[in-house]
Ligand binder design. Structure first.
Ligand SMILES: *[C@@H]1O[C@H](CO)[C@@H](O)[C@H](O)[C@H]1NC(C)=O
Ligand SMILES: *[C@@H]1O[C@H](CO)[C@@H](O)[C@H](O)[C@H]1NC(C)=O
Ligand SMILES: *[C@@H]1O[C@H](CO)[C@@H](O)[C@H](O)[C@H]1NC(C)=O
Ligand SMILES: *[C@@H]1O[C@H](CO)[C@@H](O)[C@H](O)[C@H]1NC(C)=O
Ligand SMILES: *[C@@H]1O[C@H](CO)[C@@H](O)[C@H](O)[C@H]1NC(C)=O
Ligand SMILES: *[C@@H]1O[C@H](CO)[C@@H](O)[C@H](O)[C@H]1NC(C)=O
Ligand SMILES: *[C@@H]1O[C@H](CO)[C@@H](O)[C@H](O)[C@H]1NC(C)=O
Ligand SMILES: *[C@@H]1O[C@H](CO)[C@@H](O)[C@H](O)[C@H]1NC(C)=O
Ligand SMILES: *[C@@H]1O[C@H](CO)[C@@H](O)[C@H](O)[C@H]1NC(C)=O
Ligand SMILES: *[C@@H]1O[C@H](CO)[C@@H](O)[C@H](O)[C@H]1NC(C)=O
Length: 877
């Protein structure tokens, strides 16, 4: 009885250490070596007899030994746990998407049964261990998305069974070795996006007779595409895009009878597409864009079951073979920036689910094919810069799938189909520079996604429909240079996302809407050359981001709202209206005169504007009296100040001999110049520059400031401009300036106000310093500063004498652009200086001439960019 009880106890409560098998114990050790912040391994129970039911673990059915560890997406960290190689029957290991952060250990070769090793998307560093090739059963090796560097070890020519080798997105910096052509079992070779040294495609890769995928995008490949690649009879996917390949496309490629996809875009390939493409009966996608290919688009291509054909940015000429319209699966056709002529096949879109069509920047003529949207899948129709004529086919008015429409710069005419205005998904509708007529349809109310409506330079008539106010997503409304009449719709003030209203050059009438201040994002308002009347609403002054305001050539009356002074405008034009009254003080300056010409009733203090002849005499008298009074007051004030200063300096002169100096502060300062003068002793010198000494000055409030005193040679510092002299009749001439000489905007001299535009000026000087490698002021410039020096040198000697010779001449184009930006920023008139936002944009544009387009695979998981039509970047985005 006792015995029975004991044995019962034994079987019911077995001590744990006796239960878990050896493989389970190894796995617990593996677990202990890893960091597991999400506790994905917390269910691993040491009391289980085997690990076979543990999360991520699978065992062979017969033996209960571990065959597979799948830790994908477990968020595990730490070094690669080689210990798991003790699991003798382990054949499958995946750490896909974890944070394994060691090198790949060379004793990984102890995993003798390993067939599948996936360590993609981790933080692995170091080189590829040569021992990987010692894994006799390895078929699948995926190290995509790590930081593995260095070269391929020679041993990689000796893999016995390897079928998949993927090293995409690593830091491999050697070249692609010929011995990879030895791995005859290989089906997939993915090496894209590594910073390889320039190298050729080894012809030996043509020996990989089992290869199905060859993915070598952005591998720094040079030279020609080897003929031998044509021997890859099983190849379905050939991707050599974004390299520096030269020469012709070898005709052997037409022997790739299995190939489905050929991606050779963005290389420097020349010559024609080789004959024989009709043999590629499996070809679905061909992208040879962005090369220097010539000749015609072969008729042969159109006999294939193509789904996408991208040949843009080449030099193709001739007509597009009409049979392309018979390709039943064609959904993408991008041919922009070639020299194609003739008409588009009129059946295009009739037989295939066409989605993206971009034929921009060619010389196509004739009508837009009528059936482009027959299958109801057309999303983008981009045809800018051709000579298409005729009307927009009525069927496109029902094409609800459309979301991007650019038909600008053609010779299209007639009325736009009613439904076309109201397509529900359209984001961009651009019809600029055609001869369209008729009215903007009221159905536009249904265009719920419409953000950019650009229909300038046509012959549209009628009024802007009130329904425009329901386009909640509208960002830009450009309908300039048409024949629009009537008032602005009142509803327009509801569009609080609107950034640009450009309606110049129409026949619009009536008053400007009163609630205009609700257009909080408006930065451009151009209503010039219309027939608007009434007053300028005060509310315009509260449009805080407005920087372009042109209301010139209208019939606006009344005073200029003082509130306009609040705006930071780059462009202001109220010329040729019927405005009257006094100019707001800020604009009462000679530099603004061109903004107000042609308003007979407008008065200002500088000559040329006030032509108020009626009350001339009487007003003149009052004006004289007023002037005398002001002058007298001025003389008195100046006298008092002069006396006071004289007295002060007399007092100071006894103690220190520094009284000759007048200091000008360029920012609001919390201390007086005398505090500083007292401290300009040699004891306080903390630095010396080319233009002067720098002193440390401790103020009475305890703050320390640095003061730069210019060398005696620079008589008037940087402010030697004529304007300053005039202004300086602003006081005495200055001998020392508290501020950075050479960076100060010239208008400071007459406005004594530092605003955003003065900062742009200073920034411009910094840009010029960088581009020229020169100091902002330098005796070498004589009377000039850097800005004037650049301008005159540019004029007289050319750009090469301006640029810093240390800058790499390869980038001359970009450098010149930056130079131009610097010059813009330092325009003498603040209004001509761009806003900082624009400066940033211009700088970005200068650096990114060749915008990356559609880089990677369309179907792979690693798509880094989205496919975008490169033809329409820029102008309207
Ligand atoms: C590995 O599997 C074989 C049979 O496939 C079996 O005989 C052997 O015991 C297993 N090894 C381990 C450590 O379980
Ligand atoms: C690797 O990751 C572990 C766990 O996240 C961390 O403790 C360790 O410091 C990392 N090691 C390196 C070399 O980054
Ligand atoms: C991987 O390389 C990238 C690019 O060189 C670097 O920014 C990143 O810090 C590296 N990460 C690791 C874990 O080494
Ligand atoms: C590649 O294969 C050839 C012929 O089989 C052999 O001579 C050569 O040594 C191999 N190269 C490497 C690096 O394995
Ligand atoms: C290799 O590339 C092909 C085609 O680009 C892709 O489908 C496949 O998933 C990649 N394989 C690996 C292991 O990355
Ligand atoms: C591999 O290819 C190269 C060049 O294409 C060729 O010379 C060589 O004989 C081939 N080797 C084998 C083993 O097929
Ligand atoms: C609006 O247009 C954008 C840009 O083309 C597109 O991504 C989005 O899907 C569209 N939304 C709707 C509701 O049509
Ligand atoms: C507009 O089109 C006309 C005629 O097609 C052309 O002459 C003109 O240069 C175009 N304007 C712009 C700004 O491209
Ligand atoms: C304003 O417009 C008028 C006439 O259109 C023009 O002469 C003047 O130069 C413009 N002023 C500015 C500052 O652009
Ligand atoms: C074209 O390739 C070059 C490198 O060869 C790369 O810098 C550039 O970004 C690529 N452009 C596009 C649009 O892919």
């Amino acid at each position: 009885m006792l015995l029975f009880f004991l044995s019962f106890l034994f079987f019911t409560f077995p001590p744990p250490s006796f239960a878990l098998n050896q493989e389970g114990l190894y796995l617990l050790q593996v677990k202990a070596s890893l960091s597991d912040p999400d506790s994905t391994l917390s269910s691993w129970n040491p009391r289980d007899p085997t690990p076979c039911n543990w999360r991520g673990v699978s065992c062979g059915s017969a033996t209960a030994s571990v065959t597979s560890l799948d830790f994908s997406n477990f968020n595990l960290g730490g070094p690669f746990p080689t210990l798991l190689c003790r699991l003798q029957n382990l054949s499958f290991v995946s750490f896909y998407y974890n944070n394994i952060n060691s090198t790949i250990p060379s004793d990984i070769s102890t995993c003798q049964n390993l067939a599948h090793l996936d360590l993609s998307q981790n933080l692995l560093t170091g080189e590829l261990p040569h021992t990987l090739a010692d894994l006799p059963n390895l078929q699948y090796l995926d190290l995509t998305g790590n930081n593995i560097s260095g070269n391929f070890p020679d041993s990689f020519g000796r893999f016995q069974k390897l079928e998949v080798l993927s090293l995409v997105y690593n830091l491999l910096d050697g070249t692609i070795p010929a011995f990879l052509g030895n791995i005859s079992t290989l089906k997939m070779l993915n090496l894209s996006y590594n910073p390889f040294s320039p190298g050729r495609i080894p012809p030996e890769l043509g020996n990989l007779s089992n290869l199905e995928i060859l993915w070598l995008t952005e591998c720094n490949l040079v030279g020609e595409i080897p003929d031998s690649l044509g021997r890859l009879k099983k190849l379905t996917d050939l991707d050599l895009a974004i390299n520096h390949l030269t020469g012709r496309i070898p005709s052997s490629l037409t022997e790739l009878t299995s190939v489905v996809q050929i991606e050779i875009y963005n290389n420097s390939l020349t010559g024609e597409l080789p004959p024989g493409f009709s043999k590629l009966t499996n070809l679905r996608n061909l992208d040879a864009s962005m090369n220097h290919l010539t000749g015609t688009i072969p008729d042969e291509l159109t006999r294939l079951q193509l789904e996408s054909l991208n040949l843009y940015q080449n030099n193709f000429e001739g007509t597009l073979p009409p049979s392309i319209a018979d390709s039943p699966a064609l959904y993408e056709l991008r041919l922009f920036q070639n020299r194609l002529t003739g008409e588009l096949p009129q059946n295009l879109g009739k037989n295939s689910p066409l989605r993206w069509l971009d034929v921009s920047n060619n010389q196509f003529t004739g009508p837009i094919p009528p059936n482009l949207c027959e299958k109801g899948s057309l999303e983008e129709i981009l045809m800018i810069y051709n000579s298409f004529s005729g009307q927009i086919p009525p069927s496109l008015g029902d094409c609800r799938s459309l979301n991007r429409i650019r038909l600008g710069f053609n010779k299209l005419s007639g009325e736009v189909p009613a439904g076309f205005w109201g397509l529900p998904h359209v984001y961009l509708l651009e019809l600029v520079n055609n001869s369209f007529s008729g009215q903007i349809g009221k159905s536009i109310a249904k265009a719920a996604n419409l953000s950019l409506l650009i229909i300038s330079k046509n012959e549209f008539t009628g009024s802007l429909p009130e329904e425009i106010g329901s386009l909640d997503n509208l960002i830009q409304l450009s309908a300039s240079e048409n024949k629009l009449t009537g008032p602005l719709p009142k509803s327009i003030v509801k569009l609080d996302g609107l950034g640009v209203i450009d309606l110049h050059g129409n026949e619009l009438q009536g008053e400007l809407p009163s609630g205009i201040e609700s257009l909080k994002k408006l930065n451009e308002l151009n209503l010039a050359h219309n027939e608007f009347s009434g007053k300028i609403p005060d509310g315009i002054g509260s449009l805080s981001v407005l920087n372009y305001l042109d209301l010139s050539n209208n019939q606006l009356t009344g005073r200029i709202p003082l509130q306009l002074q609040n705006l930071k405008l780059n462009q202001l034009n109220l010329s040729n209206n019927l405005l009257s009254g006094q100019l707001p003080p800020l604009f009462d300056k000679e530099m603004f005169i061109n903004s107000f010409v042609g308003n007979p009733g407008l008065c200002g203090n500088f000559s040329g504007l006030c032509v108020d002849r009626d009350g001339g005499k009487h007003k003149g008298y009052v004006w004289l009296l007023r002037s005398i009074f002001i002058l007298a007051a001025l003389v008195f004030v100046v006298g008092v100040v002069w006396f006071y200063l004289k007295y002060r300096s007399y007092k100071k002169a006894r103690a220190i001999d520094k009284s000759k100096w007048t200091l000008m502060s360029f920012h609001k300062l919390g201390f007086s110049e005398y505090e500083i003068l007292d401290c300009l002793d040699e004891d306080n010198v903390i630095g010396r520059g080319s233009s002067g000494k720098v002193y440390k000055v401790v103020l009475s409030n305890g703050e320390a400031v640095a003061v730069k005193k210019l060398w005696g040679g620079v008589k008037k510092g940087c402010c030697d401009s004529v304007d300053l002299e005039k202004a300086g009749k602003g006081a005495k001439s200055m001998s020392v300036i508290a501020g950075s000489c050479g960076y100060i905007a010239p208008e400071y001299a007459y406005t004594l106000r530092v605003n955003e535009k003065s900062d742009i000026y200073s920034f411009g000087v910094v840009i010029l310093e960088l581009v020229t490698g020169r100091l902002p002021i330098d005796p070498e410039y004589g009377e000039k500063d850097l800005v004037k020096w650049v301008c005159t040198t540019l004029d007289q000697k050319g750009v090469d004498h301006v640029l810093d010779s240390k800058l790499d001449p390869c980038f001359k184009e970009e450098i010149c652009k930056v130079l131009n930006i610097g010059l813009l920023c330092t325009s003498p008139l603040p209004i001509n200086r761009p806003s900082m936002r624009r400066v940033v944009k211009m700088l970005q544009e200068a650096g990114a001439e060749n915008q990356p387009k559609a880089a990677a695979k369309k179907d792979g998981k690693l798509t880094p960019y989205y496919y975008e039509d490169a033809s329409d970047q820029g102008s309207v985005a």
